[in-house]
Design a protein around this ligand. Structure first.
Ligand code: PLP
Length: 283
């Protein structure tokens, strides 16, 4: 694979970063993941906008201008022959002698790579997944897409060992999100309920797109926090993210959601999303 690193295209084995990089020493870095289907970028503009918000929140300068950023996405997909998969990008504050303080503006480290992945053929779409609730243990600025993913990774790993597919973070009895996806429920009355945007969760791009499609399809939606009990009593539940789109959640802590199979509303929203993105991806 070809990797992009600070202005250069390199074979992956030759792409090297300083051991003094603050991304490595302090997780002082942000990232983005954009899906590719049919050789087209999915929800590109929204991902580029969130990238800027994350950088701004941490005071890291944008490493390239808007036109270059889009061009790099297109080029890296083309160079690596990615027609279906994902483009990962990461920007760290850069390298300096190890110090908690970073008084000087540093030269950011900007990396991009690709992963081939079968996005449109996901067995979990038909089977659904099981989640285990765990205490929210991440920092309190979760709207910034930082690479501080250790807690999420550890908890997901533990849940896997216990036979669950993923975790659902819970704070003060209320659901925040899954380890790397937003969580939504369909109430018994058929309303789509999803947590409102705040610093408590990542402002998922797919979350926004699905909400938008749901409203256009005439579904009633509510953006508010909800409890684990409410989620367990829901008719349906699902998670959303850039490279899995919408995955039904069929059980929570061993309790079936609805009848424990993939529900019709989630399936319909997934089909709408696939159709819309196939038609409107950015070539
Ligand atoms: N929440 C978290 C914590 C995530 O890491 C992600 C994606 O990686 C999401 C939600 C979903 O966001 P998006 O739809 O932008 O991929």
């Amino acid at each position: 694979r070809t990797v992009y690193l600070n202005g250069a295209w390199l074979p992956e084995a030759e792409a090297k970063i300083s051991v003094f990089d603050r991304g490595f020493l302090f997780a002082d870095a942000i990232y983005e993941v954009t899906g590719v289907i049919d050789g087209k970028l999915i929800d590109y503009d929204a991902h580029a906008a969130r990238l800027k918000r994350s950088l701004q929140a941490l005071g890291i300068p944008m490493p390239v201008d808007d036109g270059t950023l889009l061009d790099l996405h297109r080029q890296i997909a083309q160079r690596n022959g990615i027609t279906e998969g994902l483009i990962y990008l990461q920007v760290s504050r850069g390298a300096q002698d190890r110090d908690f303080l970073f008084p000087d503006p540093l030269e950011p480290t900007f990396v991009m790579f690709t992963q081939a992945k079968r996005i449109l053929d996901n067995p979990k779409w038909n089977k659904g997944i099981s989640l285990k609730t765990v205490a929210e243990g991440r920092w309190s600025r979760r709207q910034i897409k930082t690479v501080q993913l250790l807690y999420s990774s550890f908890e997901k790993m533990e849940a896997h060992r216990e036979g669950y597919d993923d975790v659902l973070f819970v704070e003060n009895g209320h659901v925040t999100e899954a380890s790397s996806a937003n969580f939504h429920i369909i109430s018994r009355e058929g309303r789509l309920i999803t947590r409102d945007l705040s610093n408590a969760l990542l402002h998922g791009i797919t979350r926004g797109s699905i909400l938008d499609l749901a409203r256009r399809a005439g579904l009633e939606t509510e953006e508010r926090s909800f409890t684990v009990a409410e989620a367990k009593a829901a008719a349906e539940a699902f998670i959303t993210s850039a490279t899995s789109f919408l995955i039904p959640v069929v059980s929570l802590d061993g309790t079936n959601i609805g009848d424990g199979t993939v529900g019709p509303v989630g399936r319909r929203l997934l089909d709408l999303y696939i159709k819309d993105r196939r038609e409107n991806g950015l070539p």
